[in-house]
Write a protein that binds this ligand. Structure first.
Ligand code: HEC
Length: 304
């Protein structure tokens, strides 16, 4: 096979890619010395094209169009061995309820999901007693209001997308359940976005009703700055600075996007430990079974 490829490379009617793959063989043959420069330039061209395509797709970006890349923050749950900071989830839930829930829904989280994560069962029962939920239809076909149950999902601020757009100058506040998974940068992006409101730099015009935020794609977002120092009062006494609230709500939303996170890491650790043990055992077993075969000596005594 190599001989055939080698021959076909001699007449030089091959693509750049092929030339990269087989050129080293060709170099080694002294009789091909006349083709050397052609092959060298073809290889260089191929490598150059590869580098160009690589850089173009992964590194090139336009901060104005795609948004500024958020920095990486040292989240408590970053390491493969760490869980969420649950006190932070609890504070983040408070921030979500007191600030974000005025505009954003969180459709995939039910009150019962908070039990043993950020609140006790009794606390959750107290929370849901305070809300009214529409249920029904009843025996005579009417919808009715009843007190909440832990199995109810968090209520939405608007009945539908049209109402949400109408109340927000045409922009739709997205559901936040999966926003950490749904945005490049995840929790880093949420934190950077919430703390990234600045005055527009000279020369940048921001349309009426939009706010300058370099982390948002396009640089102008329809959501006004939502967090200001001290707008919530944490029950655990943590000072409610803008960045503290942004960190807590980003942690809460990370949990909402991946409630199985802690369990997943715990299970992963167990699985890796057990599988490593089994792997070592399987190597030992393989050697044990093969040793007699591999160390035997076969002697042929030709008939005299
Ligand atoms: C006054 C209403 C309002 C409040 C309060 C509010 N938002 Fe928003 N939010 C919006 C609107 C409107 C958009 C859509 C912006 C756009 O598309 O330009 C939005 C968009 C977002 C986005 C998506 C950005 C993207 O990349 O598409 C995130 C994340 C977000 N908000 C998080 C929050 C968090 C967290 C809070 C609470 C701290 C919050 N918002 C409070 C109205 C609000």
């Amino acid at each position: 096979m190599f001989l055939r490829l080698y021959r076909s490379s001699q007449n030089l009617h091959f693509s750049k890619l092929k030339s990269r793959v087989f050129s080293s063989q060709v170099f080694l043959k002294p009789e091909n010395i006349s083709n050397k420069s052609t092959i060298f330039s073809a290889t260089l061209g191929g490598v150059g094209l590869g580098i160009y395509l690589h850089l173009n797709s992964t590194i090139y970006s336009d901060a104005a169009d795609e948004g500024l890349h958020p920095p990486s923050y040292p989240w408590d749950h970053n390491s493969p061995f760490s869980t969420f900071d649950h006190a932070s989830i609890r504070r983040g839930y408070q921030v979500y309820q007191e600030v974000c829930a005025a505009c954003h829904s969180l459709d995939r989280i039910a009150f019962r999901n908070l039990i043993d994560v950020s609140h006790t069962e009794d606390e959750v029962k107290t929370i849901v007693e305070g809300i009214e939920v529409e249920d029904g239809p009843n025996d005579i076909g009417d919808m009715f209001q009843r007190p909440g149950k832990p199995s109810d999902y968090l209520p939405r601020p608007y009945p539908n997308e049209e109402a949400a757009r109408a109340a927000n100058a045409g922009a739709y506040p997205p559901d936040l359940s999966l926003i950490v998974k749904g945005r490049h940068g995840g929790a880093d992006y949420i934190f950077a976005l919430l703390t990234g409101y600045y005055d527009p730099p000279p020369g940048i015009e921001v349309r009426e009703g939009l706010y300058y935020n370099p982390y948002f794609a396009g640089g102008a977002i329809a959501m006004a700055r939502a967090l200001y120092d001290g707008i919530v009062e944490y029950e655990d006494g943590t000072p409610a600075t803008t960045s503290q609230m942004a960190k807590d709500v980003a942690t809460f939303l990370s949990w909402a996007s991946e409630p199985e996170h802690d369990e997943r890491k715990k299970l992963g650790l167990k699985a890796v430990t057990i599988l490593t043990g089994l792997f070592v055992l399987s190597i030992w077993l393989k050697r044990f079974k093969w040793t007699p075969l591999k160390t035997r000596k076969i002697i042929y005594n030709p008939p005299k």
